[in-house]
Ligand binder design. Structure first.
Ligand SMILES: *[C@@H]1O[C@H](CO)[C@@H](O)[C@H](O)[C@H]1NC(C)=O
Ligand SMILES: *[C@@H]1O[C@H](CO)[C@@H](O)[C@H](O)[C@H]1NC(C)=O
Ligand SMILES: *[C@@H]1O[C@H](CO)[C@@H](O)[C@H](O)[C@H]1NC(C)=O
Ligand SMILES: *[C@@H]1O[C@H](CO)[C@@H](O)[C@H](O)[C@H]1NC(C)=O
Ligand SMILES: *[C@@H]1O[C@H](CO)[C@@H](O)[C@H](O)[C@H]1NC(C)=O
Length: 760
């Protein structure tokens, strides 16, 4: 069953690799197929897949046949007598029993382009057996453990054989026999064919000589010598210091991919423990010609570079773009290149044991886009002063994976210059708080902070995540909003009273959190689903013994309540304290202690401009000035304060998030529909700014954005009512001012606390 699936899967994969337009897989009715086989159609390709037996007849128009676990001992041409075999372009046969192929077995396949034979018991190949296959492009003889390179060489040397062969796969060939000799006739036989891909992985060689690749080298695009081993350590060619000197300079000049993973190379070819050395790295060397080098698992030894400088030569031309070096026991990389390696785009050093990377190394990969150092031990670098420079200069980075490195903390400005980041993975570390800034990552679309220790979402974590949400409107290129997703799963969140406010915040922003419906939090030592039901239970648990909220509202004649009022009951339950807060604020303001901030930011829709200017702005400004004894910079008003020429949304962000203490939203139906106004409401909400809602009229709640309706349902508000054609505000201006002062004072106090709370 397993091999059935594999066969079928590989077919599907092969199809997808072909340039046909992707289309639906159609499973043909058993009655229309060969008895005992399955038929599938993708696009206009019909595939017949059978077990054990070759089908006698094929449905009209069959283009591919795949037979698994073939029972036939001797493959003879009369088994392919049906005329439909002639049209076949693809044949895959796998067997443990087939021992013989005839010289004329493939006689009928004049149109075949792809042939795979994997016969465990096949002991020899008749030299002329491939000669009818004039159109064959891909020959896959992998897994024929008894077949030798000699047999293959003879078949490939047959006059006029396989003139169109582009790809040859000889993985795990000759594994049941003596070690292979990969000698010159093999390459000469291939030299006359347009070979682009060659795979020799898993073979055991007795001799392996780079020079013999010369006839092929110029044409090869993909060379796979992964998992090769050498029977003896007698590598005259490899050892020679001059081994590359004798190679022509255009050797491997077309090479795009080279896979040497798990190759058992002699130890002296690996730079294991250089120290205080200058290495010359000649980019022109034929071995560095591949654009994509895959070298996973080649070093069984620990690799430590201490104070090593690679002096590069001839690195201007086409060069390595992508390097994979997983599972290599890299431990210490205190090394760097003498100059920029512009070519590097992708580097994967995951699954090593790296404890140190000199930031100068990454700095010289100045065009690197994709950097994966997950599954290492880079937390050991946390205390190194140069750690903060790790990503200082990599401004084009789009993908960074630092997962599973045991980090507890990253420098505050660690990602400041990585402004192109789209994916940032920090999963599986030990962060208990996100205290590094993310706000410059305006293009970020995926942040993975799952599997950390964020039990409490503190103010700093909240602030840093919010700074990302603020960018979201801008991240779209063509008008569609590209949504940021944050994965915070598996962080052992705690549903405690002190965490409650943050959890409400989390629910409010659930739009951004991936799989939030499966998050849990522990409450009274039990794991509960994180939903509004649980939060309500926690809320009432925390509120027990506190003064009931309504008394504050009536007691103070307060027309608004806020986030803090609702959820920080204990700290705000004292009406006296609130009055005192307003009083305090006025005193501090008058004594000059609070400077450089607007008291409130005025947000309204442009169609409400006349109303706002006539009825709100002037009177509020006058009242605030009276109370505070100052008359400028009280209300931030875009017409007065935004810099001309800057994007409005960006300016709003700056003034709401950084320059104002509270935000006053003048809400009307037009406000609810305006994208800019919604954005301003969002900014206020996300930056935890105290919000005062002023309703110009009855507002249609269904038109509100989720943020606005959350604000609306939560906070009480200032209302304008029309009495005999005259607009009257309820409550009066003094009460409104009191509330603004109190909220501003609360905000200032809370903010100093936030800044202090994550400083470990
Ligand atoms: C083989 O292909 C030709 C041309 O594409 C077609 O006319 C013919 O019907 C096919 N024969 C079979 C048996 O499928
Ligand atoms: C090289 O061959 C191995 C074994 O067949 C395979 O797993 C690997 O994907 C191949 N590499 C490339 C680049 O195709
Ligand atoms: C990185 O390079 C700069 C300039 O060459 C040098 O001053 C600094 O010490 C290097 N940093 C490390 C950690 O080696
Ligand atoms: C970001 O880049 C600027 C300019 O190159 C540099 O001065 C600053 O130190 C960098 N920031 C960080 C955190 O590396
Ligand atoms: C915008 O781009 C995305 C991907 O880049 C694409 O999927 C989407 O269809 C595009 N939308 C429009 C309206 O062109």
């Amino acid at each position: 069953m397993m091999s059935f699936n594999r066969c079928f899967l590989s077919l599907i994969i092969a199809w997808h690799a072909t340039p046909f337009p992707p289309s639906r897989l159609e499973i043909i009715n058993a009655a229309d197929c060969v008895l005992g086989c399955n038929c599938f159609r993708i696009g206009n390709r019909l595939t017949v897949k059978c077990d054990h037996d070759l089908p006698n007849l094929l449905p009209e128009g069959t283009s591919a046949v795949c037979v698994n676990d073939l029972y036939t001992k001797h493959l003879l041409p009369d088994q392919f007598s049906d005329h439909a075999w002639k049209n076949l372009t693809e044949l895959r046969l796998q067997s443990w029993k087939t021992e013989f192929i005839d010289e004329s077995s493939f006689f009928t396949f004049l149109n075949l382009e792809y042939l795979k034979i994997s016969f465990d018991s096949l002991s020899t190949l008749p030299p002329g057996c491939f000669s009818p296959l004039q159109r064959l492009r891909v020959l896959d003889l992998s897994g024929n453990g008894h077949l030798t390179f000699d047999d293959v060489t003879k078949a490939l040397s047959f006059p006029g054989v396989l003139p169109n062969l582009e790809e040859i796969y000889l993985d795990k060939l000759q594994t049941y026999r003596d070690p292979a000799k990969l000698y010159e006739p093999f390459f000469s036989a291939l030299a006359s064919k347009p070979i682009r891909r060659m795979s020799l992985s898993g073979a055991n060689f007795n001799s392996f000589c780079l020079q013999s690749f010369i006839p092929l080298g110029i044409k090869l695009e993909v060379l796979n010598i992964s998992d090769i081993s050498f029977a003896s350590m007698n590598f005259i060619d490899l050892v020679s210091k001059n081994m590359f000197v004798t190679l022509p300079s255009n050797f491997f000049s077309s090479l795009q991919v080279m896979d040497i993973s798990y190759a058992k190379l002699p130890g002296y070819l690996l730079l294991t423990n250089p120290r205080n050395q200058v290495w010359e790295y000649d980019c022109a060397s034929p071995l560095y010609q591949a654009q994509h080098m895959i070298a996973n698992g080649i070093s069984p030894f620990e690799i430590r570079h201490e104070n090593v400088v690679f002096v590069t030569r001839n690195c201007r031309k086409k060069l390595l773009k992508k390097l994979e070096a997983r599972h290599n026991n890299l431990v210490w990389l205190d090394a760097y290149f003498s100059r920029d390696l512009f070519s590097f785009r992708e580097v994967d050093l995951s699954y090593n044991r790296i404890q140190y990377i000199n930031p100068n190394l990454t700095a010289h990969f100045s065009q690197i886009v994709h950097f994966d150092v997950s599954h290492n031990e880079l937390h050991r670098m946390e205390t190194a002063p140069e750690f903060k420079e790790f990503f200082s200069f990599n401004t084009v980075l789009e993908y960074v994976d630092l997962s599973f490195n045991g980090f507890t903390k990253l420098p505050e400005m660690f990602f400041q210059n990585a402004t192109s980041l789209i994916v940032l993975k920090l999963s599986g570390n030990k962060f208990d708080c996100i205290d590094f800034q993310l706000e410059t990552l305006a293009r970020l679309q995926y942040l993975d902070i799952s599997l950390n220790n964020i039990m409490h979402i503190g103010g700093v974590t909240q602030m840093n995540l919010q700074s990302l949400f603020g960018h979201q409107i801008f991240s779209s290129k063509n008008g569609t909003e590209e949504r940021l997703r944050v994965n915070m799963d598996w962080n052992h969140l705690v549903c405690s009273c002190e965490n409650l406010e943050s959890l409400y915040w989390l629910m409010l922003n659930k739009f951004y959190f991936e799989h939030i419906d499966r998050y849990t939090c522990s409450f009274k030592e039990k794991s509960e689903p994180l939903d509004s039901n649980t939060l309500d239970i926690v809320h009432s648990y925390c509120a027990q013994g506190s003064i009931v909220l309504t008394t504050i509202v009536t007691g103070l004649a307060l027309i608004l309540s806020t986030y803090y009022l609702v959820y920080r009951i204990s700290s705000l339950c004292d009406a006296y304290r609130n009055q005192k807060a307003a009083h305090n604020f006025v005193n501090r303001y008058r004594s000059g202690e609070i400077q450089g901030k607007f008291i409130t930011f005025l947000s309204y829709a442009s169609v409400d401009r006349d109303f706002v200017l006539q009825l709100v702005y002037q009177q509020l400004k006058q009242k605030l000035a009276e109370r505070l004894g100052a008359d400028d910079n009280l209300i931030c008003h875009h017409e007065e304060h935004f810099f001309p020429g800057y994007p409005i949304a960006k300016e709003a962000e700056k003034y709401i998030m950084n320059e104002s203490l509270t935000v006053l939203l003048v809400v009307s139906d037009a406000y609810c529909e305006s994208i800019f106004c919604q954005h301003e409401a969002k900014l206020a909400e996300y930056s935890n700014k105290p919000v005062i809602l002023m309703l110009r009229e009855q507002v249609d709640v269904s038109k509100m954005s989720p943020e606005l309706s959350a604000l609306f349902s939560r906070y009480t508000r200032v209302k304008w009512v029309n009495v005999n054609g005259e607009y009257i505000m309820k409550p009066d201006w003094d009460t409104l001012c009191d509330s603004i002062f109190m909220l501003a004072e609360e905000y200032l106090q809370k903010n100093t606390k936030i800044i202090a709370s994550c400083n470990r």
